[in-house]
Design a protein around this ligand. Structure first.
Ligand SMILES: Nc1ncnc2c1ncn2[C@@H]1O[C@H](COP(=O)(O)OP(=O)(O)O)[C@@H](O)[C@H]1O
Ligand SMILES: [Mg+2]
Length: 366
């Protein structure tokens, strides 16, 4: 309790990160910048509110949060916006996806787009965020680094796990609300590759818990700003899922929990959806592909029948997965937010595939 309180001082100032970020941007020269053609449409699909300034992408681990967050960020940039894609899990997943060296702490340009849009990336690190603060407000340049070397910063954030989330969400808010000296917003929109559904509500509300402890003064005001942004209409929380039992259950649970906690849900994004290829009339009552029927069909089409057994087996398996997909898609009807389907591409997903996925977030002009 004491640790949490004493370190929430970090958010006393509304703009604690400006100078350090200017410093971070100087790394930009090291990164390769890719030019990306804009997708056909720039109007965003239902569930991706054009007015949102912060898109939070969550989902069960492994469902494609990072991939989807990056594709969404690309789609937003392709519409001509300046977009910041943020990760908070310390995995350097953005760098991997965009095939650039690990992002040193700071903001780095990842891509430019035809309409003058830009995509920037930031891997937030709670310890670095804390050091930035200590350096700036207490002039602790060397001692803050020393504290890190000694493991003290690590120790403090480990001691109070909620503090880490307070730091991370506070930094996200700073990026969303930052203005340039000319008064313009530094970024038009921020996309957050967020923690998984199991932790998302506590992550987003970490500051609220702190706010409950400090009712007055600057800490309270700073916390109120973070809470207001995350719960407000400028923020949309998107849930990524696969059409499998566990991710769908987590999506349903998270939608309920986040809705009750007052967050604005954006879209349920069904990732890696496979097309329904096997029609019911190819299957017998047990759901198995009829080899005789298949063999006859192959003969008719002048295709060698030697592999009919193996093919029937594969088709039966596909049909089973197809049915599971359909059942899970039906269960998702319990969530009343717009749904978006992204196709199952050949992994690994790289920049070309990201571009392909990005196109699903915009409406093709008719
Ligand atoms: N639409 C897709 N088609 C094919 N592979 C995908 C797709 N989306 C994600 N993947 C792959 O699935 C794996 C997990 O994706 P990732 O975005 O890292 O998930 P998470 O961030 O939720 O852990 C990665 O190998 C990624 O390339
Ligand atoms: Mg990830």
């Amino acid at each position: 309790m004491t640790a949490t309180l004493s370190f929430t001082v970090i958010w006393v100032s509304p703009e604690p990160f400006g100078p350090a970020l200017a410093h971070g941007v100087s790394y930009c020269g090291q990164m390769s910048v890719t030019s990306i053609a804009a997708p056909a449409g720039t109007e965003l699909v239902d569930g991706i509110p054009a007015a949102a300034r912060l898109h939070i992408v969550t989902g069960k681990g492994g469902t494609g949060k990072t991939t989807v967050a990056a594709a969404l960020a690309l789609a937003l940039a392709a519409g001509g916006r300046k977009v910041l894609l943020i990760e908070v899990e310390g995995r350097q997943a953005i760098a991997q996806l965009f095939d650039v060296p690990a992002l040193p702490y700071g903001e780095h340009r990842l891509a430019t787009t035809a309409r003058g849009g830009q995509l920037w990336g930031l891997a937030i690190d709670a310890e670095e965020a804390m050091i930035e603060y200590l350096e700036m407000f207490y002039n602790l340049k060397r001692s803050a680094r020393g504290l890190k070397k000694m493991g003290a910063v690590d120790f403090v954030t480990t001691l109070a796990p909620g503090l880490r989330d307070v730091l991370l969400t506070g930094k996200v808010k700073e990026a969303v609300t930052r203005t340039n000296p000319d008064g313009h917003l530094a970024y038009d929109v921020v996309v957050l590759d967020a923690p998984p559904t199991g932790r998302i509500r506590r992550f987003l509300d970490a500051t609220r818990e702190v706010a409950n402890l400090t009712k007055f003064g600057p800490i309270s005001r700073q916390s109120a700003g973070v809470i207001a942004l995350l719960h407000g209409p400028q923020t949309a929380v998107h849930l990524v899922t696969l059409l499998e039992e566990m991710p769908v259950q987590e999506t349903i649970d998270a939608a309920e929990e986040l809705g009750e906690a007052g967050f604005q849900l954006g879209a349920v994004i069904v990732n890696r959806a496979r097309p329904a290829l096997i029609s019911g009339d190819l299957l017998d009552a047990g759901g198995t592909v009829d080899v005789k029927l298949l063999t006859a069909g192959l003969r008719k089409a002048n295709v060698a029948v030697a592999h009919a057994d193996a093919l029937a087996h594969e088709m039966t398996e596909y049909a089973e997965r197809q049915e599971i997909q359909a059942e899970n898609a039906a269960r998702l009807a319990a969530v009343a937010t717009p749904r978006l389907e992204l196709p199952d591409l050949n992994p690994p997903v790289e920049l070309g595939e990201l571009h392909e996925l990005a196109a699903y977030f915009t409406v093709a002009p008719s």
